[in-house]
Design a protein around this ligand. Structure first.
Ligand code: UD1
Length: 419
């Protein structure tokens, strides 16, 4: 298994560009199932999760072509299989995103039930309840979700809990339903707005994405379009944290700062100086030690759970004590044990972490457990004394495009060790 070897101590300086957002791209690739024509996606990040989603569509009979500009043309006309097999779903829970489009377009879907994962049980009951309310009949057999519907029918649905991929799944399904669907208690993440814009570009009639209520007027069919994936706010946030903990001075191009207002507010609280334009963020850290910041994760527009692990590293080095409350996932502190092995002083009790700032971190051999946990270990390695070896980095390759290349470009010293 490949590992990353990080020689800590470099101060990050320079300018990099943000890649396309994984969490915007995955639902868009799934949404191409709804289209009667070819769809062209541009600016897709080169990530394992994107490859897995293409593998899934390919296994159902989709044709995917890549041109010299790295644009993907996806043709899902007349899929032969309407099934997402366990081998693929177990490596990527977001495979569930094909459920709504398959049922809406073909009237049937068979999707392996995603199992538990490192950060919690992550059930899909909200997706299934909402799809039933649109008129699908759903049964669970041999570890698979089997869903059928002659024609989905628009209705009013209030989600029992806020779910990002659940909102996306049902928004996609409702595009081809008969009549109007009104969704409430929905997720408001920027990726929901991106998906609605993408679907509207294919001829859907969606309003209200990004607010508390999404209204979808069903249409007969969707047509092709060309669409560019917007920038990844979590990738940008992760590099900004890297600059804070290395006393750096960096600029990230291609990212709209409004996508991460809460994160930027918290970075300013650490003592970092931030300047923005419509599509760039610059951060300079002059303080010797960051100030501690309290964080409570919650659905957008609150602080994202996908940035919690990275902020643990800022707080680990901060001048004082801080508190983190993780309210979205029940087990998202897997990185803490590993960070403590690098000299951090973090105590976890339930969903609450108390972090006492220490003078320095020390390099160690550590193990990544999930995507954002691996990011936090690499960050810790950047500012640790000595060498840090991060194992199981396939987690990081799921969600960060060329992470060591981008960080090395800013002055870090990271080597990928072959397996
Ligand atoms: C998405 C993101 C992930 C991010 C998360 C929260 C993608 C591909 N992934 O994941 O990066 O960390 O949002 O911002 O966009 N829940 C249920 N039943 C359900 C669905 C969810 O109980 O049917 C619970 C989950 O266990 C979790 C919470 O709701 O505790 C939020 O999960 P959800 O928003 O669905 O996360 P994902 O969409 O899987």
């Amino acid at each position: 298994m490949e590992k990353l070897l990080i020689n800590g101590g470099a101060c990050l300086k320079g300018t990099i560009s943000c890649s396309g957002a994984k969490n915007a791209a995955l639902p868009m690739i799934a949404a191409t199932i709804l289209s009667d024509e070819n769809v062209v996606l541009k600016n897709l990040p080169y990530l394992q999760d994107i490859t897995t989603m293409f593998e899934l569509l390919g296994s159902m009979g989709a044709e995917i072509l890549l041109n010299e500009n790295m644009d993907f043309t996806i043709s899902t006309n007349e899929l032969k299989e309407k099934e997402a097999r366990y081998e693929l779903v177990k490596t990527m829970r977001a495979s569930i995103l094909v459920l709504g489009p398959l049922v809406a377009k073909y009237g049937e879907a068979r999707i392996a039930l995603p199992g538990g994962c490192a950060i919690g049980t992550r059930p899909v009951n909200f997706h299934l309840d909402a799809l039933e309310q649109l008129g699908a009949s759903i049964s669970l057999k041999n570890g698979y979700i089997e869903a059928r519907a002659k024609k989905l029918k628009g209705t009013s649905i209030k989600f029992d809990g806020v779910t990002v991929t659940g909102t996306e799944n049902i928004m996609m399904a409702a595009c081809l339903a008969e009549g109007t669907t009104i969704l409430t208690n929905v997720a408001k993440e920027p990726e929901i707005i991106d998906l609605a814009q993408f679907l509207n570009a294919m001829g859907a009639k969606i309003t209200g994405a990004g607010t508390d209520e999404i209204i979808i007027e069903g249409v007969k069919g969707l047509h092709g379009t060309e669409y560019s994936i917007p920038a990844d706010r979590i990738e940008a946030g992760t590099y900004l944290v890297a600059a804070v903990i290395t006393k750096g001075d960096i600029k990230i191009n291609g990212i709209n700062p409004k996508r991460l207002t809460k994160v930027l507010d918290k970075l300013v609280e650490t003592g970092a100086k931030i300047t923005t334009t419509n599509d760039s963020i610059s951060l300079k850290m002059d303080l010797e030690k960051p100030k501690p910041v309290d964080i409570t994760t919650a659905p957008f527009p609150e602080f994202p759970t996908d940035m919690q692990a990275q902020f643990s590293v800022i707080n680990a080095l901060a001048d004082g004590v801080s508190n983190i409350y993780e309210t979205v996932f029940e087990n998202r502190y897997m990185h803490i044990q590993e960070l403590n092995r690098m000299g951090c002083d973090i105590q976890v009790s339930g969903n609450h972490a108390v972090i006492k700032g220490v003078d320095s971190l020390y390099g160690a051999e550590v193990m990544a457990t999930d995507l954002r946990a691996s990011a936090s270990l690499i960050l810790a390695g950047l500012c640790a004394k000595g060498k840090t070896k991060v194992d199981r980095i396939y987690h990081i390759d799921r969600g960060y495009e060329r992470i060591e290349e981008k960080l090395n470009y800013l002055g870090a010293n990271i080597t990928r060790l072959p397996s």
